[in-house]
Design a protein around this ligand. Structure first.
Ligand code: SF4
Length: 302
């Protein structure tokens, strides 16, 4: 396919997916002042670019203010963002805060800096949002960030928890939105090339890369290459949660569940789709009578 046509399709797709995420979660409303956090990475450049396109044609009026936090990392090219944003003609604010020195002073050599660094950054951005009168704070996390977080929380946190497209911040004062929630990272990477964003490297702080996140990112990329559709399905699964088939007792009242006495086509077919027949425990380790009785092998279609 011709490159121009391909790029045009990519632009349409990005606008469509961002627009869809905004509408699905009511992210931006009439009169909103959206503080767009721009780090100098491909994702936040892409977010600002697409939000500007949508702003020009949206049925609601809203304002965009690009905000960059200059954390005074050594070698940070501080002219790049003001020049780029100035040319774009978008309102912007650069917040200068030397969190780099604080983090370096407080965290012992060799330990990872990210947790304190991001905590400080978060606090500063919330404060700046208040000072600018922003009604929403937009972050550039995309579909793959959300899936990586889901897997990391499962693998290391023991929680079925991703990254919300919209949330109220922990200080209770800000609504944070992620308009790129539906966008695959590869589309943002390609868009950054098309638009030739002046990318600022994210390794200036000298912190070790988050190895676990990197590994999970590689895993998702491998799956995407080997099994087309798998990553999309995982993402769709986040939007199709069935609490009665999970095990969180705070989400589904297993304890009080009763037979209704009425057949239902949509009802649960308890044994139909088991790939193999599980065998129930043969003993009741804790003397629970329900476990003790469950000694009959259950067969598919049982
Ligand atoms: S990678 Fe560097 S800038 Fe990013 S959160 Fe970690 S310490 Fe901060």
């Amino acid at each position: 396919m011709n490159i121009e046509l391909e790029n045009h399709k990519l632009e349409k797709r990005l606008c469509r997916e961002v627009g869809r995420a905004i509408v699905d979660h009511n992210m931006i409303e009439e009169g909103d002042r959206v503080m767009v956090c721009v780090s100098g990475g491909k994702d936040s450049y892409g977010m600002l670019d697409i939000l500007l396109k949508l702003q020009a044609r949206a049925p609601v009026n809203f304002e965009l203010i690009a905000v960059n936090l200059d954390q005074k990392q050594p070698g940070f090219p501080e002219h790049v963002l003001p020049e780029y944003l100035g040319k774009l003609g978008v309102k912007f604010h650069i917040e200068n805060q030397d969190t780099y020195s604080i983090v370096k002073r407080v965290i012992p050599e060799g330990k990872t800096l990210c947790s304190l660094c991001s905590r400080l950054r978060r606090g500063i951005l919330y404060r700046v949002a208040g000072e600018l009168g922003a009604t929403k704070i937009a972050l550039g996390h995309h579909r793959d960030d959300i899936l990586q977080t889901l897997l990391l929380n499962m693998f290391f946190g023991g929680k079925l928890k991703g990254m919300p497209p919209k949330l109220v911040s922990d200080d209770g004062k800000n609504v944070v939105i992620r308009p790129m929630a539906y966008v695959p990272e590869k589309d943002l990477a390609r868009w950054a090339e098309v638009r030739q964003f002046p990318i600022i490297p994210c390794t200036l702080c000298g912190s070790q890369e988050n190895l676990q996140r990197k590994q999970v990112g590689n895993l998702l990329r491998e799956w995407d290459a080997k099994f087309p559709g798998r990553v999309e399905n995982m993402f769709n699964a986040l939007q199709n949660v069935v609490p009665s088939h999970l095990m969180d007792r705070s989400l589904f009242p297993f304890e009080t569940l009763q037979a209704t006495g009425e057949a239902s086509e949509d009802g649960d077919k308890a044994f139909d789709e088991e790939p193999c027949a599980p065998t129930a425990p043969t003993a009741a380790p804790d003397g629970n009578p329900f476990l003790a009785r469950a000694v009959i092998p259950i067969t598919a279609g049982g």
